[in-house]
Design a protein around this ligand. Structure first.
Ligand SMILES: Cc1cc2nc3c(=O)[nH]c(=O)nc-3n(C[C@H](O)[C@H](O)[C@H](O)COP(=O)(O)OP(=O)(O)OC[C@H]3O[C@@H](n4cnc5c(N)ncnc54)[C@H](O)[C@@H]3O)c2cc1C
Length: 416
């Protein structure tokens, strides 16, 4: 087993969280090495929609123009259909006094997005090594993390030392598990997602669509070039039924819903159905001596509100200055600095986590979802606010007040 000092900071994972962290660190002059088990461009199972505010970070990273040149989709807002058929439309550009970085959200294949974003980190000065799997953390005598153990494509194991290791290795983060920080959320319903790409689905517009059904939900967006991303999310209890027959399950699920089935007449599936899940995980805290977590490795909720990519990019942007400050400091300073990172994450994402929980509960209980859609179909101002919160440019506190929530979920039951 070889051993050498690799970098001041090793980032495990070159997805949006790892790339943004590496970019922000490199910009501060930190020597940073990204390790990813995949070879880019690589795919990631996702509904492939980005909130308008994600474009702000992509613009800062100097990659937005290149992304635009790939001809991605642009979403003006979201359309939500409840089990009872009520439809609500919320738009990003609305008369609510808030404005996002842009009036639209990007919808783009992850093969394209993640590759360009990672190259943005390289341009800023980060080094990237692909096809290297991190299998464990290396520690010094006092159990402080001081590197990673890797397995290369050549089957060779190496230990690479660093002052800090960042776990940006996604949902089932090896770094988070080795640190004992990642846990499965107990309150969150366990779900499984199926995703495929299509052409020629009828009636797809510049409004991203979410259809909530009694047994899960369905989303569709155009990701550019006439390609549609179609996602179905169902309770984990269906896993056995999905088994090896993912395509058949997918087709059956759509065929059972006439309002969807009629739109798939003549449509072509151009990628096989792929599955992932269950997803609901969270970390107790997002750091340990010598290490920190970011992106899905730190927290992952349900994909319904679709802002994991923004949280990953923003998380990297938040983490980098804390890490840069902690390098070379003693343990007491480190504790204070990295606790500051945890606090900053809570301030940044805390409201959003609450909104996600409320939306998650509404999906699980059609009574509330039906009430909400009924109200939102008549109160576009409320729909616009909710979509702006999901779009990351309206503070969650705007919708997290008892009056808004009562009007949304309860009062429609008393109106005809
Ligand atoms: C079904 C579904 C739909 C979603 N839809 C949306 C959506 O529409 N919009 C949205 O914003 N978010 C969506 N999300 C969430 C979004 O995909 C994630 O939040 C986002 O990808 C998180 O980025 P990340 O960089 O933390 O992790 P990832 O993108 O997962 O990247 C992790 C990287 O780490 C690498 N890696 C993993 N383990 C190791 C290891 N041991 N050694 C080395 N490298 C390793 C992987 O190869 C990968 O490149 C969805 C998620 C799911 C499951």
């Amino acid at each position: 087993m070889g051993e050498h000092l690799g970098a001041e900071v090793i980032v495990v994972g070159g997805g949006p969280a790892g790339a943004a962290t590496a970019w922000a660190l490199a910009r501060e002059g930190v020597d940073v090495l990204v390790l990813d088990r995949a070879k880019f461009p690589r795919d990631k199972i996702c509904a492939e929609y980005l909130s308008p505010q994600a474009s702000r970070i992509l613009s800062d990273m100097n990659v937005l123009e290149e992304l635009e040149r790939t001809n991605p989709g642009h979403l003006a807002g979201m359309k939500i259909r409840a089990p009872n058929g009520h439809v609500a439309n919320g738009e990003f550009a609305a008369n609510h006094g808030f404005q996002g970085f842009r009036d639209t959200g990007l919808a783009i294949r992850r093969t394209i997005l993640d590759d360009i974003v990672l190259r943005g980190a390289i341009t800023a000065g980060a080094r990237v090594e692909e096809s290297i799997r991190v299998t464990d953390l290396a520690r010094n005598g006092s159990a402080r993390v001081n590197g990673v153990v890797t397995l290369g494509a050549d089957g060779q194991s190496r230990t690479i030392r660093a002052r800090y290791v960042v776990g940006a290795d996604g949902l089932r983060s090896v770094v988070g598990r080795r640190l004992g920080l990642t846990r499965t959320s107990r309150i969150w319903p366990r779900r499984i997602a199926l995703v495929a790409h299509y052409r020629k689905v009828q009636g797809v517009t510049d409004m991203g669509e979410m259809h909530v059904e009694h047994d899960g939900y369905f989303g569709i967006v155009e990701v550019g070039g006439g390609i549609m991303n179609v996602a179905i999310v169902v309770p984990i209890s269906r896993a056995r039924e999905i088994g090896e027959s993912k395509n058949e399950f997918f087709d059956r699920w759509i065929a059972m819903r006439p309002h969807l089935a009629e739109r798939f007449v003549g449509a072509e599936r151009i990628t096989p159905v792929r599955t992932t899940g269950p997803f609901a995980t969270a970390s107790r805290r997002a750091w340990a001596p010598g290490a920190a977590l970011v992106g899905d490795a730190a927290d992952f909720f349900d994909p319904f509100t679709g802002e994991g990519i923004y949280a990953a990019l923003r998380g990297g942007e938040i983490l980098a200055p804390y890490l840069a400050e902690a390098i070379g400091r003693n343990q007491k300073d480190e504790t204070q600095i990295l606790s500051g990172y945890d606090g900053a994450r809570k301030r940044e994402f805390g409201g959003k986590w609450k909104v996600e929980r409320i939306v998650g509960m509404a999906i699980a209980y059609p009574y509330f979802m039906n009430n909400a859609a009924k109200r939102l179909s008549r109160r576009k101002d409320m729909a616009d606010l909710l979509v702006g919160v999901a779009g990351d440019f309206i503070p969650p506190s705007v919708v997290l007040n008892p009056r808004f929530l009562f009007n949304l979920f309860i009062s429609p039951a008393f109106t005809t």
